[in-house]
Design a protein around this ligand. Structure first.
Ligand code: 7TS
Length: 417
């Protein structure tokens, strides 16, 4: 892939983008590295690596507490990155952006701090069969503790959510709906706006898992009217930090999640009072460097344009679906229409274990993931214990998909003996 021969989808100039990612310049097992595991974590462009490096070289210091120049610099950049994240998802205020460790912690924060106050015996929580375990298990724990019921919106034969169940399962008994915008297995895009509207129509709040959507398409929390929305910086070119968006009124009314330094206003021997939003939910020393480097990740994505990112991934998915369907016996899970899915394709090869598939891919320098991808109920729905998954991002080119399909054909040959 040379810079003089840019490979283009409708959305992006991949050859130019690839030059910004040092890790992609290497060979693995003597083959050019083909990274197809961005749903797990994305690679980082030079600008993000430099932002992390610069922090440790120039202004490593604690935020919020120091009065010296270094600490002021760190604080300004850390809080500046928060404002950039706010704008990126069009939140009304930076006070609605809470730094966490990851999407998982963001969802757990809501389950503890909102859920334990607002869910009672007999209430219902509705989620979907498409969810990652991080948007199932916290609700199971909450439901069990409170004597509430947890219900699942099912998936149809095309890998889409059963639209009618959004109406029938979300009822007056429902207090919370937790749904993903995009599946990390089938890639399915859900009718999240309709789900949020339905939740609000019955007086419930809606928690949106945006781990596979904020990195891949324009997301506007105000136009969605999302109550809570969770995502991970490391899945969008940034470091290991998570974000929770929450409507200000909801966050104000919640008790803290974790107790400790920074989240308090005053501490007495018998009680404490809380800091303002968003710091009320940020106990202890945060991931400062990680937060700061989110700024560079968002600058990079903004320069590409999120519409272009989505168009690029849609085209890659369409290209891959088309080619993979020609490989005899390969079963693709989820929708076969690229307009209905993100750049994630999980598949099964008959009589070959997904780990063996992934190992053969590795020999060719191709990184794919094998397993249940933290979505066991969805795999059970498909009657599969595991799948192999390829997931795409801004630096992937159609030529890499050609290699994927070529290797897939090889897997079939090897195991046919
Ligand atoms: N929700 C979805 C839809 C995800 O894809 C993931 C991670 C999470 C939540 C959890 O994110 P975390 O940052 O808290 O770990 N998904 C994957 C994956 O597909 N492979 O590895 C992690």
């Amino acid at each position: 892939m040379s810079a003089t021969n840019p490979i283009k989808t409708k959305g992006l100039n991949v050859a130019a983008i690839r030059e910004d990612f040092p890790i992609l310049q290497q060979t693995v097992n003597g083959k050019p590295l083909i990274y197809l595991d961005s749903a797990a974590t994305t690679q980082k462009p030079e600008a993000v690596i430099q932002a992390m490096d610069e922090y440790y070289h120039k202004y490593n210091a604690i935020v919020h507490r120091g009065v010296y120049a270094l600490a002021e610099e760190a604080t300004a950049r850390y809080e500046g990155a928060r404002k950039k994240i706010q704008k990126f998802i069009n939140a009304k205020s930076y006070r609605e952006i809470v730094y966490t460790r990851n999407t998982t912690e963001s969802i757990n924060l809501v389950a503890y701090a909102w859920g334990r106050k607002n869910i009672h015996a007999g209430d219902e929580i509705v989620t979907t069969l498409l969810e990652h375990h991080s948007n199932i298990v916290p609700w199971q724990l909450l439901a069990k503790e409170k004597g509430a019921a947890l219900k699942f919106i099912d998936v149809d034969e095309n890998g889409l959510l059963r639209g009618e169940q959004i109406e029938t399962l979300v009822t007056e008994k429902t207090k919370l709906v937790a749904a993903t915008m995009a599946s990390n297995v089938t890639g399915t895009l859900t009718p999240i706006k309709q789900i949020i509207e339905r939740a609000h129509a019955v007086g419930a709040v809606c928690v949106v898992d945006a781990a596979q959507s904020v990195p891949h398409m324009p997301v506007d929390v105000q136009s969605l009217d999302a109550d809570f929305l969770a995502f991970s910086g490391h899945k969008m070119l940034g470091p290991f930090v998570g974000i929770l968006y929450g409507k200000r009124a909801l966050l104000e009314a919640m008790d803290p999640f974790l107790g400790g330094g920074d989240m308090i206003r005053e501490v007495f021997m018998d009680h404490s009072t809380w800091n303002e939003l968003p710091w009320k939910f940020e106990a202890g020393t945060p991931a400062i460097m990680e937060g700061i480097a989110m700024s560079a990740a968002i600058d990079y994505l903004n320069a590409l344009g999120m519409d272009h990112v989505r168009a690029h991934e849609r085209d890659l998915a369409a290209y891959a679906l088309d080619k993979m369907r020609d490989v005899e016996g390969v079963r693709i899970v989820g929708p076969l229409d690229a307009d209905q899915r993100g750049g994630v394709i999980a598949f099964a090869v008959p009589e070959v274990h997904p780990h063996d598939v992934a190992q053969i891919f590795d020999r060719e320098g191709i990184c794919v993931r094998a397993g249940h991808h933290c979505a066991m109920p969805l795999h059970e729905h498909y009657g599969l214990a595991a799948t192999t998954r390829a997931s795409f991002y801004v630096y992937n080119a159609p030529e890499e998909i050609d290699k994927l399909v070529e290797t897939l054909a090889k897997v079939r040959q090897i195991f046919r003996g």
